[in-house]
Design a protein around this ligand. Structure first.
Ligand code: PLP
Length: 386
């Protein structure tokens, strides 16, 4: 197997490596247990179906579902977000065409909402404060008699800010509006109970939680109330007709194992990463007092560090450290287009600041030794470029 120790990987909001334990659990499902879970008339199909059932059960328990069939498997959070938003809109547009979301959602939400305008949707994108938090009052005040859906992400992929999800869910519930949450960055890391948080639909993804790429899920509430959505893909009616297509059995097994392991271990991981993040920011600010931490200082993912380094172009810093550290400038999805990040714009950064901002996503396995390497290299490179 190819081992890539260098440079040190610090881009875990973009994607994570598959945990070895997850990989071992998946392996038999590529070869020995290769049946199609829809082919229930023979042992091969049944063995695959059993694995899918176990995975669905595991995930539904961890996320606080009332029934295991509330979990639908998809190809990732992008597909889950598309299914949730388009599916709700097409099912409920006769009741109203208004959707509320925020300016800092992931492209898979924002671009889908933009697309829905072509089907007649009216979209309100709420602003956020300088920490990246949306106001619950703003959500309440944006509701009209045409509002059918509120979609707010759990935690932001660039600045790590966590939203007041339970309170927003309460507003949605009190107004009889469906509440969707894109939790791709939070599932596994944060304690999430969909019913306690008043969530109706929730998207998540395998590759953000040390599971495989190309697999994800959507929680669809089926208890008080039953949430109804239209499918967006048509075919063999797998996943109760919500998502046709032969199930990705190894991926599903891997997703469940990854979620199980991360949820079991997240307390320790978050504590360590919180200390490490604080240490990195403290040491950098001690030497370069103008460095600014972006995002909410308290309500944030513990493995996220998003900092603006005045006078140092993020691309130059990345180039200087390319053999030592892999991190990103803004969101991974937007780095190909040299466009200022919409998230950093929404929290009030100007273009100069934005191009001097980096994002680090610490891994669950980073230790003290690597922490020193991160700090040492950043200090050296910033000093050199300042
Ligand atoms: C918040 C958020 N939503 C959705 C996605 C898309 O996830 P996937 O790559 O599984 O389609 C990402 C990935 O960057 C994300 O960070």
């Amino acid at each position: 197997m190819i081992k890539m120790n260098k440079p040190l990987y610090l881009d875990n909001h973009s994607t994570t490596p598959v945990d070895e334990r997850v990989l071992s659990k998946m392996m038999p499902y590529f070869t020995e247990i290769h049946g199609n879970p829809s082919s229930i008339d023979h042992i091969h199909g049944n063995s695959a179906l059993k694995a899918v059932k176990e995975a669905r059960n595991e995930i539904s328990k961890i996320l606080g579902c009332k029934r295991e069939h509330e979990i639908i498997f998809t190809a990732g959070a992008t597909e889950s977000n598309n299914l949730a938003l388009i599916g709700v809109y097409r099912k409920h547009k006769s009741k109203g065409n208004h959707i509320i979301s925020t300016q800092i959602e992931h492209a898979s939400v924002l671009h889908t909402l933009e697309y829905l305008k072509s089907e007649g949707a009216e979209i309100t994108l709420l602003p956020v404060d300088n920490y990246g938090r949306v106001s619950v009052d703003d959500v309440q005040n944006a509701i009209t008699d045409k509002t059918i859906l509120i979609s707010v992400m759990y935690a932001n992929n660039e600045i790590g800010t966590i939203q007041p999800i339970k309170e927003i869910g309460e507003v949605a519930k009190n107004n009889d509006i469906i509440f969707h949450c894109d939790a791709a960055q939070a599932v596994g890391y944060e304690d999430i109970d969909v019913y306690k948080l008043n969530i109706d639909l929730m998207s998540f993804s395998g590759h953000k939680i040390y599971g495989p790429k190309g697999i994800g899920g959507l929680f669809i509430r089926s208890f008080m109330p039953i949430v109804r959505i239209n499918p967006i893909m048509h075919g063999g009616d797998q996943e109760r007709g919500f998502r046709s297509g032969t199930l990705n059995v190894p991926g599903i097994v891997g997703l469940a194992e990854a979620l199980k392991l991360l949820s079991q271990e997240s307390k320790g991981i978050n504590k360590k990463n919180n200390e490490f993040s604080q240490k990195i920011v403290e040491v950098l600010q001690d030497r370069f007092p103008h460095i600014k931490l972006n995002g909410d200082p308290v309500n944030r993912l513990s493995h996220n560090i998003n900092i603006t380094i005045p006078g140092v172009e993020s691309k130059a810093l990345m180039l200087k450290l390319k053999d030592k550290l892999s991190f990103s400038a803004g969101s991974a999805c937007s780095t190909i287009k040299v466009k200022p990040s919409h998230v950093l714009q929404a929290i009030g950064l100007n273009d100069d600041d934005i191009f001097q901002t980096i994002r680090i996503g610490l891994s669950k396995s980073i230790g003290k030794e690597e922490l020193d390497i991160v700090i040492e290299n950043l200090l050296d490179a910033i000093a050199h470029l300042s």
